[in-house]
Design a protein around this ligand. Sequence first.
Ligand SMILES: [Zn+2]
Length: 351
Amino acid sequence: MRVGYRDVCLEHDTGPRHPESPDRLRAIKRALASRHNVEYVAPEATDRGSALAVHTNGYINELERFCEDGGGNWDADTVAVEETWDAAFAAAGLAEWAAEAALDGADGRETPFALGRPPGHHAVADDAMGFCFLNNAAVAAQSMLDAGAADRVAIFDWDVHHGNGTQDIFYDREDVFYASVHEDGLYPGTGEIPETGEGDAEGTTLNVPFPAGCGDAEYVAAVEEVIGPAIVEFDPDLLIVSAGFDAHEHDPISRMVVTTDGYGLLTDVLRSTVAEADAAMAFVLEGGYSLETLSEGVAQVHEVFDGLEPHAHDWEISESGRSVIEEVKAQGFPSREPFDHDEPDPGTDEE
Ligand SMILES: [Zn+2]
């Protein structure tokens, strides 16, 4: 992949015991160091105008003053230092770069991945929250729309938490589709099934709040059966993947059980989705708090674009997971019948 990265993102220092630490990026870089075909790019920070296209002037001014004054606790778990300002604008710039590169034709082995922090998907128009300051994916999507590089953008968020900020920013927008799979009941508590957009944008927000304990089978089914078909129907020019890796079975923050191979399977299904929709695809890092599984997850996404065929451990969908998917379908989204993954492909060895 083409990986957007800048050292300034390490300077957002959250303190010694914060899960969203600079070591996250260091661990990912170490994991990618042993992989082939990783090309690093260091794009420019986003500008104030691009940030203001999704955030309020009052909030951006307040954040600037807060950082200039040395930072501190914005809220109980969202921490800033002076350098957070530059890191946040760099991270948003990385997401913008990834979106632009994808729309310029970077695909296959050149698919862009924005490896920035602080993450973005909890940041709302007028506030920082949940470790997030600028909504990187939203800034990238809006920039591409404003530049005329895309008419419609889809964002799929597989972070274990609901991307309330991204949903909120685009909730009444017909030109941005937002879909999220997340653990029901976790922070920030939003992302219920009936939240589907408002006004003319009804149907452009899709939430799959799975109960704790769901994993590869449920996540893949959600994308294959509803999210993928809904994205194809929306017909975006670009799909931005808000890629957090905290639904991993060994992540300390969630009770989901997605495996490293599962992130490969999801990547593979999304690749088919954008092929069908004839859309570009870019990845933007969100959460992921076990250094080992976070870095393996990013490396797995890379490996799929580098030729790896991910394999499934288990296609058994839990009853509770199945009922969530059926409830989402009942909202009227375009959908498909469940795939029979146990039917062996011709020429494929059994596992
Ligand atoms: Zn998360």
